[in-house]
Design a protein around this ligand. Structure first.
Ligand code: R5P
Length: 283
C-alpha cells in the first residue's frame, strides 16, 4: 500500500495510479501543544511505500511517524519515497560547528525504512548519507510535457553548469532544440545572484530555463532578465521542485516569464506534471 504524508497527497495518488497499488487512509492531527500525529486507519499490507516531501520540519516528523506506523501495522518491507528531500542542499559544513544537515536528516529517515528513492536531489551524492540503499530518480524528462509544441528554435538553458544534464534530459524528451548553460555566482551574504551570459544566440528564440529547484526565484529571475535583454522571444521557467518560497512567483512574473512549469514533488499551482511515473518505474 501507498501511505502519503500530508505534503504529497497528489503525488501519492498519481503513484497509486501508476503502480496499481492501493492508497492507505491517513488522518493528520495536531495536539494543542503543536505536536503532530499522523494515524493510519486502514493499513493492511506486507509492504509499504511511504511518500512524503520533507518541505518543512513538521513534514520530516510526519514522515518518521508514518514509517513507524506502517511497521507497527505489520509492514515487513518499507520503501520511503522523498519526492523532494528537504535539507539536501545543506550537504556540507562550510565552517566549524556547522552540521551536515542533509546527512543528519538522511540518517533519521534511514532508521524507519529498508530503501529510499528521492527525486532529483540537488547532488546525487546526498544518497550516500542514507544508511540504507538510496537512489536518485530523474524526473526532468517530465518537464517537456507541458511545453507548447510550437517552440521556435528552442534553447534549453540551465542557469548554472550543475543543471546542464537536466536541460539535456528535458530537451531530449521534447525532441528538438539545443542546450547551453549560464555561469552563476551567488553572494551568500546578500543572497544576490548574478549570471554571466553564455555565447548562445538567443534573439528571437524560445528559451526553456531548466533547473532542479526554484526557491527564492533569484536565479531564474536574473536569467530571465539577461535573456530578455538579449532579445529572446518567450522564456519558460521549468524546474523539478517548484518550492517558490516567499515572493518567488511574483519575482518571476515581474521578470517577464511566459509560463512556469514544475512537477508535483512540491505541490504548487504550477505543478503541471507529475513526477510519480518516474518513481513508479523504480519501485
Ligand atoms: C543551485 O545550485 C540550485 O540548482 C538552484 O539554482 C538554486 O537553489 C535556486 O535557488 P533560488 O531560486 O533561491 O535562486
Amino acid at each position: 500500500m501507498i501511505v502519503s504524508g500530508s505534503t504529497s497527497q497528489a503525488f501519492a495518488a498519481a503513484l497509486a495510479d501508476a503502480t496499481g497499488r492501493d492508497l492507505a487512509a491517513v488522518e493528520y492531527d495536531r495536539f494543542p501543544d503543536g505536536e503532530l500525529q499522523a494515524t493510519l486507519t486502514d493499513f493492511a499490507a506486507d509492504d509499504a511505500v511511504v511518500v512524503g516531501s520533507t518541505v518543512s520540519s513538521d513534514a520530516h516528523v510526519e514522515l518518521l511517524q508514518l514509517q513507524d506506523a506502517v511497521r507497527e501495522a505489520g509492514a515487513n518491507e518499507v520503501t520511503t519515497v522523498l519526492p523532494y528531500m528537504g535539507y539536501a542542499r545543506q550537504d556540507a559544513a562550510f565552517s566549524d560547528g556547522e552540521p551536515v544537515s542533509a546527512r543528519a536528516v538522511a540518517r533519521a529517515v534511514s532508521t524507519g525504512t529498508d530503501r529510499v528513492l528521492t527525486v532529483n536531489p540537488h547532488e546525487t551524492a546526498v544518497c550516500d548519507f542514507f544508511t540504507v540503499p538510496a537512489e536518485p530518480v530523474d524526473a526532468a524528462g517530465r518537464l517537456a510535457d507541458p511545453l507548447p509544441a510550437d517552440l521556435a528554435d528552442p534553447l534549453f538553458l540551465s542557469p548554472d553548469e550543475g543543471a546542464i544534464d537536466l536541460a539535456a534530459t528535458t530537451r531530449d524528451a521534447y525532441g528538438r532544440g539545443s542546450t547551453d548553460y549560464f555561469e552563476k555566482e551567488r553572494d551568500y551574504d546578500t543572497g544576490a545572484v548574478t549570471v554571466e551570459p553564455s555565447d548562445a544566440a538567443v534573439a528571437d528564440r524560445d528559451v526553456v530555463l531548466v533547473d532542479d529547484i526554484v526557491a527564492t526565484g533569484s536565479t531564474m529571475s536574473e536569467a530571465i532578465a539577461v535573456l530578455t535583454d538579449r532579445g529572446a522571444a518567450r522564456v519558460f521557467v521549468t524546474c523539478v521542485h517548484p518550492m517558490l518560497a516567499a515572493d518567488a512567483r511574483t519575482k518571476l512574473e515581474r521578470a517577464g516569464t511566459t509560463a512556469i512549469f514544475g512537477t508535483d514533488t512540491i505541490e504548487r499551482p504550477v505543478s503541471a506534471v507529475s513526477a510519480a511515473p518516474a518513481v513508479a518505474d523504480r519501485l
